[in-house]
Design a protein around this ligand. Structure first.
Ligand code: D5M
Ligand code: FE
Ligand code: ZN
Length: 464
């Protein structure tokens, strides 16, 4: 993402100041050429560049939205992913995560650097606030929780007493999330007794944007074309229905096809054993839809691209049979439909969250969407089931806040709402596989979620 100083400096070079909304807009679109296009469009003698100077954009009271674009990919455009070159990339990656998530916490309270806890005698037995990334979590013999957190100056331990009223939140702290803690420093300066846990979170003031014009999207995921459990008839009923409906957009959040060699013995369960053929078949299926429907295709862990997230878009050599109304995006990606932001993420990190968060289950996986939103991050834990590719910035951070978080992967449909953000965990078009039977996962196949962009209301249709 472009840095704030680099954007401000470019405008200053042209003797203009720039409004913070314009800076946020440029950062969200992460497009250096956009700066030049704005500069070119600004009338002579302008002193401050405002949102009204951005070509094609109007300002709404709750932020900046597109005036005349129906579909815009604001994050996760094809080609945004970079290969991991150096081990140093991981240092930059985690520093970016710490800085940006930490900033959300530090803007709400004054924190001291962790090194000061041990070094500054005057802080002993005083209440302080610190902010850091979680390096370790453990439970003591007496059932209290000890969290080791780290900032750029050092590490410290925080103890959350099991009898505190908010102890359940402390039990849900997971590795590599960024938290703030208000607490009392021990007499020796070796530990902080936690009084309050702070997360980046969604502000209570968040007001979701709704489209000013009519429009409906249908959200699905996990089609798994090529698998012997793919439900072709249900899919055909679904696409037959779309063709007669008032749907304008179809969003598919990954696992477009079943893939090849994803797990041992997969070939026994494939009816299409060639990866090109799998995508060709899906491309033909989507070609039967009316061409005015805009289709957004994102990858998942069964698709042909690298497994590490963010995942690149499906390369063009696999998409020759797809119709021209398909847009291929990365995983994750933010799609703006008539001004409504939809963050698409396949959802592999559900596997990690469900293992780490007490009380979580596959049946109620949509509950984990609130946990992602609280932490403002899609895939926190490094080195578990979700592979993460380092980049100079952390693209798994949830920023800006979307109106809708659209996931899949679990194969169990669920809808939730957290502080104004709608969570839609789309189901699947595959019946129970041998692996899911072994894991005791009961999928809810052939359901499609209709999203009304004007009201943000949902409707679930069952095509089984
Ligand atoms: O995921 C299909 C289902 O299998 C979904 O409910 C998640 C579950 N799953 C997938 N991988 C794992 C691992 N590693 N552990 C536990 N559960 C898992 P799909 O991505 O379609 O194969
Ligand atoms: Fe899947
Ligand atoms: Zn998956």
């Amino acid at each position: 993402m472009l840095s704030v100083p680099s954007i401000v400096e470019r405008f200053l070079e042209t003797k203009m100041q720039v409004h913070p909304d314009v800076v946020s807009y440029i950062r969200e679109h992460d497009d250096e050429d956009l700066i030049e296009r704005i500069i070119a469009a600004v009338p002579a003698h302008t002193l401050v560049v405002s949102v009204s100077h951005i070509p094609g954009v109007t300002k709404e009271k709750d932020g900046i939205r597109f005036a005349d674009t129906e579909v815009e990919v604001s994050q996760g455009k094809q080609g945004s992913c970079h290969p991991v070159d150096h081990i140093e990339d991981y240092i930059q990656y985690f520093r970016d995560r710490y800085n940006r998530l930490g900033h959300m916490i530090r803007s709400r309270c004054d924190v001291v650097p962790i090194v000061a806890i041990k070094q500054n005698d005057r802080l002993r037995q005083e209440e302080v606030a610190v902010c850091g990334m979680v390096a370790d979590t453990r439970t003591t013999n007496n059932g209290h929780r000890i969290i080791t957190i780290e900032d750029t100056t050092g590490t410290c331990n925080v103890l959350f007493h099991k009898d505190r009223p908010d102890f359940t939140e402390a039990e849900r702290i997971i590795p590599d999330e960024v938290i703030g803690v208000r607490g009392t420093v021990s007499q020796e300066g070796t530990i902080i007794f936690g009084n309050q846990l702070l997360r980046p979170d969604i502000p209570f003031s968040f007001q979701p944007y709704t489209s000013k014009t009519r429009g409906k999207a249908v959200l699905v995921s996990d089609i798994h074309v090529g698998s012997d459990t793919f439900l072709q008839e249900a899919w055909d009923r679904f696409t037959g229905w779309i063709s007669t409906s008032d749907i304008s957009y179809l969003l598919i959040a990954g696992d477009l096809v079943d893939g090849i060699g994803i797990y041992p013995g997969q070939d026994q369960e494939l009816v299409i054993k060639n990866i090109y053929e799998q995508y060709n078949t899906l491309g033909k299926m989507l070609s039967s839809l009316p061409s005015h429907i805009q289709i957004i295709c994102a990858p998942g862990n069964h698709d042909v691209v690298r497994g590490a997230e963010p995942q690149p878009a499906i390369p063009s050599k696999f998409t020759g049979s797809f119709p021209a109304n398909c847009i291929f995006v990365e995983n994750p990606a933010t799609i703006i439909l008539q001004g409504v932001r939809i963050l698409m993420y396949h959802g592999r990190s559900f596997d990690d969250m469900i293992g780490l968060i007490p009380g979580a289950s596959y049946e109620q996986a949509h509950g984990m969407m609130a946990e992602m939103l609280k932490r403002r991050h899609l895939a926190l834990c490094y080195g578990k089931k979700t592979p993460i590719a380092a980049d100079k910035t952390d693209r798994m951070i949830i920023d800006p806040i979307p109106e809708v978080l659209h996931t899949g992967h679990v194969h169990i449909m669920g809808i939730t709402k957290y502080r104004g953000v709608l969570g839609i965990n789309a189901g699947t078009w595959q019946s129970q596989t041998a692996f899911q039977k072994q894991m005791n996962i009961q999928p809810t196949p052939a359901k499609a979620v209709i999203l009304d962009l004007q009201t943000l209301e949902t409707e679930v249709l069952d095509f089984e």
